[in-house]
Design a binder for this molecule. Structure first.
Ligand SMILES: NC(=O)c1ccc[n+]([C@@H]2O[C@H](COP(=O)([O-])OP(=O)(O)OC[C@H]3O[C@@H](n4cnc5c(N)ncnc54)[C@H](OP(=O)(O)O)[C@@H]3O)[C@@H](O)[C@H]2O)c1
Length: 491
């Protein structure tokens, strides 16, 4: 399905920042190469430095050169570069936004539908919206106005509500596009399609057949040079509160009434609001945190988190696991284990579903697993029991394993998909405020309890599997952390 795009101007705040350089400009260029940008689209980069147009276009070229090392089509480059403009917004200039308005009002150059992408620090989201509104640049009459708010939308429920209150003084919900870039991934969008365009999955997608679900994101990387950012955030807020809960929502939600933005978001909101609050009085049975200690990754010695941070007192987690229950008839009694970790033995994002014991038990056989790989491998794999050929009656586990991505498929970056959706006016892959709030409501009590508990945090050696102690959150003794795709030795 392709949606029509109105002529529009994309105004990119934070145009010389890291995200813009690495994702947004290269993403827009790729969309142009694919012929997906409207012919008259213009892009206005906004930054606080004064830069002339020639220097700005040269800077964009350097972003593309850094990204596309094998080169790119010169004709597309000429077309793309001609779309680009720059506007300086020095913080000392009280008229900066009036000048932006004056620039944009030149209809002979700039289409009047305006999409603002706020790729600025989170503290600047509300002030930029306010400044745009003060000069009338958020008002929709003949033309639309859309605003993308980068992640994170608040750092807890009160700050998310505060940000929401500040921006909704000037914007309607339909104008606000809150980013969770996981939703731009084809592999995430595929969860919904695989569940509901096949007859075989839906009938078994419930507590009658499913023992439990694991949603996992593990990395081999450490925090790198982001120690200060990481220590003020932690694994729970950085990954679980956002990407992993969205993955859970797509995995567990009811079938949307249709694939419209409202249909999809309504079904996700309903699901997120049905997740049972985590009981802080028994937190140790529902949540586990740890930090990586020194260890080895790919044969190389790496330091521990506290060492990298230079502060032994930090209780901020680099490993977070939660057990969740969903209070609806489909999922009654089914635990959902969600976890994320840095410096584990493998980098993998996947959904692992274990089915209940089969009625016929031949030997000490495995239960069926269905695994949906998100990254690095986009795949779907079903493990089934099958007779070992021979004279005896014995079974073994075999795999039906299929790639969701073929070599011939386009590899579209999440930001490319989201930028296109923005121009199309399709916000189904952006967060509704109710989703952001439900996610904070769920994790806030855990974040608070963990921050207040200053006991040293459990340590796991970098490059290891999950800490043994994390198993405390399992409901049943026969449950275990499921690893990636290979069979054997993976319990
Ligand atoms: N980088 C990522 O991969 C990533 C991932 C997830 C989320 N995000 C989010 O994306 C946003 C941008 O991240 P980033 O890594 O690109 O940050 P960054 O490198 O610090 O870039 C932010 C840019 O904003 C500009 N800026 C600040 N105030 C401005 C204003 N009032 N008007 C116009 N420009 C302004 C600054 O440039 P000048 O000094 O030139 O104005 C700076 O280059 C943040 O909200 C972050 O949380 C980023």
């Amino acid at each position: 399905m392709t949606n029509k795009i109105d002529p529009c101007t994309l105004v990119l705040f934070g145009a010389s920042g890291n995200l813009a350089r690495v994702k947004l400009y290269p993403g827009l260029f790729r969309l142009d190469s694919l012929g997906r940008l409207p012919a008259d689209l213009k892009i206005v980069g906004v930054g606080r430095q004064v830069v002339d147009l020639e220097a700005w276009r040269a800077d964009i070229k350097s972003m593309l050169d850094a990204k596309f090392k094998k080169g790119y089509d010169q004709a597309v480059f000429e077309r793309f570069i001609a779309r680009n403009f720059y506007h300086a917004n020095p913080p000392t200039d009280p008229d900066a936004f009036s000048k932006l308005k004056a620039t944009l009002s030149d209809e002979s150059v700039f289409p009047q539908n305006l999409a603002y992408f706020l790729s600025v620090r989170p503290v600047d989201f509300a002030p930029v919206v306010e400044s745009l509104a003060n000069v009338g640049l958020t008002q929709e009459d003949k033309y639309w106005r859309r605003v993308v708010i980068e992640k994170p939308f608040g750092t807890d429920l009160p700050s998310a509500k505060e940000l929401q209150a500040a921006i909704t003084k000037h914007l309607k919900e339909s104008q606000i596009y809150r980013i969770d870039h996981y939703l731009g991934k084809s592999a995430l969008q595929n969860i919904l399609l695989q569940r509901f365009t096949n007859t075989v999955l839906e009938p078994i997608w419930n507590n009658q057949y499913i023992d439990h679900v694991q949603i996992t994101n593990t990395e081999m990387l450490g925090v790198g040079d982001r120690t200060q950012f990481y220590d003020s955030t932690g694994a729970l807020r950085d990954m679980l509160q956002s990407h992993i809960l969205q993955t859970l929502a797509l995995t567990a939600m009811e079938q949307p009434k249709d694939l419209s933005p409202e249909g999809v978001r309504d079904a996700k909101i309903k699901l997120l609001e049905e997740i049972r609050p985590i009981p802080v009085s028994e937190l140790e049975k529902h949540a586990f945190r740890a930090q990586y200690a020194a260890g080895e990754i790919n044969g190389e010695k790496v330091p521990g988190y506290l060492e990298e941070l230079g502060n032994n007192d930090s209780v901020v987690e680099t490993y977070a696991a939660l057990k969740l229950f969903i209070d609806n008839p489909r999922w009654k009694g089914v635990p959902f284990y969600i976890r994320t970790a840095k410096r584990l033995h493998e980098a993998d994002t996947r959904i692992s579903i274990r089915f209940k014991k089969a009625p016929l038990q031949i030997n000490d056989q495995d239960q069926n697993w269905l695994i949906i790989g998100i990254q690095p491998r986009e795949c779907i794999k079903l493990e089934v029991q099958s007779k070992i050929p021979g004279l005896d009656v014995q079974t073994r586990t075999i795999q039906l394993d299929a790639a969701n991505r073929w070599d011939s498929d386009d590899s579209v970056d999440a930001y490319e998909a989201l930028l296109l959706n923005l121009m199309q006016g399709d916000n189904s892959n952006y967060l509704h405020i109710s989703e952001a709030e439900a996610q904070w409501r769920l994790v806030d009590p855990v974040v608070k309890a963990w921050a207040e508990d200053k006991k040293p945090v459990h340590q796991y050696p970098a490059g290891s599997r999950d800490p043994e102690a994390s198993k405390v959150i399992f409901e049943a003794e026969d449950q275990f952390w499921r690893y990636s795709i290979e069979l054997g030795g993976d319990k």
